[in-house]
Design a protein around this ligand. Sequence first.
Ligand code: MCN
Length: 794
Amino acid sequence: MGASDFSNLPHIGEALRRKEDYRFLTGAGNYTDDITLANQSHAVFVRSPHAHAAIKSIDIAEALKMPGVIGIFSGKDIEGKMGGLPCGWLINNPDGTPMKEPMHPILAIKKVRYVGDHVAMVVAETVEQAKNAAEAVVVDYDVLPALVSVADAAKKAGGAVLHDEAPDNQCYKWALGDKAAVDAVFANAAHVTKLDLVNNRLIPNPIEPRVAIGSYSRGTDDYTLYVSNQNPHVERLLMTAFVLGLPEHKVRVIAPDVGGGFGSKIFLYAEDVCLTWAAKQLNRNIKWTAERSECFLSDAHGRDHVSHAEMAMDKDGKFLALRVHTDANLGAYLSTFSTAVPTILYATLLAGQYTTPQIYVEVDAWFTNTAPVDAYRGAGRPEATYLLERLVSRCAWEMKLGQDEIRKRNFISTFPYQTPVALQYDTGDFHACMDKARVLAEVDGFAARKSATEAKGKLRGIGYSSYIEACGIAPSNIAGALGARAGLFECGEIRVHPTGSVTVFTGSHSHGQGHETTFAQVVAARLGIPVENVDVVHGDTGRVPFGMGTYGSRSISVGGAAIMKALDKIETKAKKIAAHLMEASDADIEFANGEFTVKGTDKKIPFGQVALTAYVPHNYPLDKLEPGLNETAFYDPTNFTFPGGTYICEVEVDKQTGEVKVDRFTAVDDFGTIINPMIVEGQVHGGLVQGIGQALLENCVYDNETGQLLTGSFMDYAMPRAGDFPQFKLDTVCTPCTHNPLGTKGCGEAGAIGSPPAVINAVLDALAPLGVKDFDMPASPSRVWEAMQAVAQH
Ligand code: MCN
């Protein structure tokens, strides 16, 4: 079935209410912390209070005697018994040598490398007893100088070196593009616009903290890990193959209801390994629930880039070449995707929506004494979009062109389009998104609104951002060529029951995205059955054949496509059964709207009758047809999907306080075919809130001298609240993806990718009359006020 036929099916494009919401809204959700196993004990982790220190000794003698204590493990107890946490992407330096890949120990062995690093695990009968005993573990540290910023890491400030394997603190150097060609264009350009940018470090903060229960069955020698995680099969693969050396079939990973991940629950974390391993050592089920302060310290953080960007233009503002240098802070250790974020997921997006013929980008990636940085919502693509869209807006100001004009002059308008940074965009309509966004944002009324704001003694600005992202990660062959150590396909199984109802088993994982509804819509539409007759199962390696999980807004376009492929197989087999029942040839059977018909006749039978026959095969040619209607398919896309759009933000800035208020925000996105517009709208809302949160409020700050996390609670780390936002104005343009059977493009990260530059461009537009040309996110009142003061004093 082609994408255009698919988009016309009933249920596709229908704003169905989410099936899963009943259990969430009535308190019947089943999150990991809701699970209590027999024989359950509790773990607490002893964490490093220092950013960088040698461990001289760990004394657990007194702690072991504390009430309720069952066991205590430190690095020495597990040394040699398991491997370190693996990194999923190998990046090579320009000379072909591999990146530095220091051991990421499960529990620190000789050194701790960030505040919150894991030193020991204490297991006791209750959480309180485990906490008390953890406080009695005596660790003697020799404190070393700490490195926090990429600049200090590069300088080895204070002589600090994190890993012997990386004596210069550098993980890799990486480059993409033709440097000589780009330099030559810059040498002759009519105008060059330059910009320095910082993409601030973020802490993910899902509502549900990380939780896990390690469980072991002595009778069968089987392990089960219940964990709040976005990709249980990958978690199991990494844990068995790289760390514990266990046979994969002996480990089941269950990620039940998950209360948000935003990219921070993709990874195999040390806690998950410790709990699984220790369950056997102690013959106890062991639960650990992170406290919020532990999440701040030890969940993988996001972003943290320092960049210099330059655009070469001709006299009319046509982009000729882009040159970028980025220093990326990877934190203390490599996490699962961390090396891919500032390279494959970032540099390849730097063409954006524009025809820039030459692009050269260099990336230096550094180890610092901070929490590992990994794939937070958008992962690399928000960093690319922020850099490019800030630069484009500055180009417009310098070239005295309108913000829409400079973008439109440079938009790609023919597809497929091969960028100079490896990607080939299949479809898009960037002009349509821009035009629609300007109408929806009532740009024509901006001047009047600005005057009204100024009459109140405030400033008003408007900012644009036209983003593109690569979702549906990824074609396995491309990902493999770019260093991925695993394929990135997806798996779907369709089990049609004798009564015609269906259970879908998907390797995608829903932790807020509504897959139980949208995947059911896809199946119901295809089979012509009610949505209520379709159940979607995910998040359990014991039930779902295989899965690569959810990240990179891949679920509908890759997981959904795998389901479509399985449905193709179901349809093929069901047609054979229908042909047998109606005494026709297979080739004459057609299937539509839940009915099988014989071409050119009025013979027809419903899907339910075929389903029943598959399981009650009386008079069935068993030599030719197997009973049952159950099919599994793996889908590996041939390309990424490329959602794109234009966002327009209007802000008011209070000159007295520096407070920025987002007064209007308009987002026009192209997600191809939309399965459920209400769910998509919710996804865009969530993404916008995260992106605007980064632009205005959120900022992870470490003390530069000591490496202590200064924003370690919600008192210091400002999360956005509903009152910080206006009602968003949303609309879509639809250019269906050309290479997946649904025509969909991912929507789960778009808002977080496109919005930060729109906000900052609006703030800078508001402050332009005062002479403020630049500042870094977040545009908090104090920063904006300081920027205004700084120009006032000159
Ligand atoms: N959808 C649709 N039509 C489209 C595209 C998507 O109806 N054209 C629907 C999908 O069927 C799915 C939802 O929208 O129900 C999101 O789909 P998709 O864009 O494929 O993204 P994923 O499901 O793969 O979700 C991943 C993405 C990422 S990478 C992060 S991070 C993220 C996000 O989604 N984390 C989230 N959204 C989140 N939402 C919540 N509530 N919690 C998180 O942790």
